[in-house]
Ligand binder design. Sequence first.
Ligand code: PRX
Length: 571
Amino acid sequence: MDMQRIPARDGNHNLQDYKKMRENFSWNDVKNNFSWNETGKVNIAHEAIDRHAEDPSKKDKVALLYSSPGREEKVTFEQLSKESNKFANVLKKYHVNKGDRVFLFMPRSPEFYAAFFGILKTGAIAGPLFEAFMEQAIRDRLQDSEAKMLITTPELLGRVPQEDLPDLEKIVLVGDNSEDSDKYIDFKKEMNDATTDFDIEWVDLEDGMLIHYTSGSTGKPKGVYHVHNAMIQHYATAEWVIDMKQDDVYWCTADPGWVTGTSYGIFAPWLHGVTNVIRGGRFTPDDWYGTLDKFNVTVWYTAPTALRKLVSAGEDTVKKHDLTSLRHIMSVGEPLNPEVITWGLKAFDLRIHDTWWMTETGAMLIVNIPSEEIRPGSMGKPIPGIEASIVDNEGNELPPNQMGNLAIKEGWPAMMRKVWNNPSKFESYFINGWYVSGDSAYRDEDGYFWFQGRLDDVINTSGERVGPFEVESKLIEHPAVAEAGVIGKPDPERGEIIKAFITLNDGYENSDELLADIRKFVKTGLSGHAAPREIEVKDTIPKTRSGKIMRRLLKSWELGLPTGDTSTLEE
Ligand code: PRX
């Protein structure tokens, strides 16, 4: 087989004729799939859960197939509807209103999903936080969003700096709660007392439903704000790209603290009323193959970093499991290596479909679909309804095969509607009618897009986006660290690892123990995935005359590349 081209798979796929679909497409047509199109009553929680719970043929279908070490559970659409109603009642009792920010900081569990939809049912805005976050990360996000309520566990409570969070009125504790204070609400007790009836808050399609914090190259993480209208694109991409069918067992491996874990770990399958596997716990190849095998997963959405680990685990590990139910695989978050695609053909006899999108875009934009050929190394082509291009820094389109800014014509259904508390940041994404992604890419003559790299200093480590500023800020809080500059260093398994260059304060000597202590400081203060794997002590950190750290220069030094223009370098 020509490795440059992997032909479309046979079979009846939901999007059979890509070209025709693009030509005749209108987002308006997708609206026919929602009940609000007739009733005028909008809430994404109704479309994802209650609508199926009210359907006699669907209500007893398993919505959530939950599995984590030591716990397994099946939750039907009707049960999830009732549990989320109960939680919505709890929230109302404590005065949560439409537009309030309610954050979740807890591991994946059936309670998480009941709470998540409970929040949406009140019209409040949900803010899921990655469970590995430590105090500083929690502080930044809860302060910026002025969160009114937080749902967490007694185990994680110690990481919540309550004294710095004046807007936080109440904390719901899920789990054995020995805290005795007005501030805490006992989840179990309140849920026992709550009724299963709730008058859902009907909202406008343009009302807020979700905030995901994500990193740029400067400043603290930014609150990317999404609205109920995003469901239109979640639904459509689930149909075309995930190729969702009613009897599918779908598994998206992403944590709901990241956008993939909400858009495609929650909304996409449930808007279609499809059974959704949720797996908690840590990654091991045997557990993952075991999950595919045990639940007879048919459609799987995962990330290159996980796939690369499966490749390293070898063929014997695959062969131990029966993966014959698996029919469709997709990947997101980082470049998908052509070797991984080749391995997928051998290991699963399936193509792995790359998809490209971002926290800010809310849903998939550039994709591979089953009925089109795959060109390994390419992210694929834009979905129907999306105009993607390569533009220069002024927003002028560039011809095929020329590298530039990957950009999207603004105004798709799932696009972020603002950056919380930061209108100028929001504006800065748009040039000449284009949303400029920060990625560089080119487009070939046939319309396939090829990812080249980030144009800013954002780091992508194991598919997780880390802002260097956040790490640098934490590093300099360590008593030994005077200055810090942080870069992403290429790594075969993780894509990039975080490398920090630091200078030491007087009185501190470079030693392995000190560097280990500094690393631990970031790990326990900010989060494990943001802690530098490598730290190098320097005499100075290169800065511009205006005091900006020249990460680009650090990176060139690290990689032994030409240093380019250094005219702005401080003396
Ligand atoms: O650089 C691109 C990379 O991940 C960035 C977006 O990260 P985040 O907002 O965390 O969202 C990740 C999942 C939606 C992009 O700017 N990225 C995402 N998908 C791909 C990718 N890089 C290469 N290929 C992809 N398929």
